[in-house]
Design a protein around this ligand. Sequence first.
Ligand code: 13P
Ligand code: SF4
Length: 300
Amino acid sequence: MSSAIQIKELAREKKAIILAHNYQIGEIQDVADITGDSLELSQKASATDAAMIIFCGVHFMAEAASILSPDKTVIMPDPTAGCPMADMVTPEDVMALRKEHPDAKVVTYINSTAAVKACSDVICTSSNAIKIVERTEGDTIIFLPDRNLGSYVQRFTPKHIILGSGFCPTHDHFTRDDLLAVKDKHPDAVVMVHPECRPEVIDIADHVLSTGQMVSFAQNTDKQKIIVGTEIGIIHKLKRIAPHIEYIPASQSFICPDMKKINLQTLLSSLQNEETRVTVDAEVRRNAKKALEKMLELSY
Ligand code: 13P
Ligand code: SF4
């Protein structure tokens, strides 16, 4: 029996749901019950009635699922899959910024640790960041940790945004000249990039979208050729939902090493052994849950 069939059978037996981020390898996306961006996956994690959530993504995503569904068993097939950006801000940094700007609200990107979420007012993802900042009361917002997403949001709001200094190593290495070179080769292609890209890249893109929004864009566009400025795992999903379009990776080095750690073997053994469980300290969880639920409430 193939690993994929074994995984499906075991998941059914254990009443487990398999969630996978759009950057996971193709085999994992194909065996998952749901694939999506960070917002779609956290909405699913909070709404599911499955007893067990197997999260194929990086640690902050599984942690968010555990915060939102504390009564469920949340399992990560490879707990070492982290997000370097999430570790670029600490709770001490948040408290220091709050002290410096006592009237500001803290809007934190979901790519952050549970401890940082716990000292934030509200969480956002790349698909709702503009909306969340606009709907958060007050004129001054401390936006953590992603400086690129924060400065992208600043383009759409008169509020004063105090930017964190974090960034995604996978997206931030890509430059305006890199994108100009691909555009030069494919002048007939439309360009979509993730808001974790540098502002100089965003300036010359046609669309700035979360990974879930990229999927909707491909489903609805009449364009035949798209340059994809984000982690190349998304191209598997794009080809599945809109196979008639030609997808050109903006760079072959758009690879997040942590998103590539999970494979069918590790997924199967995590289901068999129910390992590794992701849990969050009760006190941290209570406060982080408030900030995550505030996001879900403001995301309508
Ligand atoms: P999305 O929420 O757009 O899927 O982004 C998650 C992420 O980690 C991007 O690097
Ligand atoms: Fe983190 Fe970047 Fe990987 Fe997304 S692509 S999980 S932001 S390191």
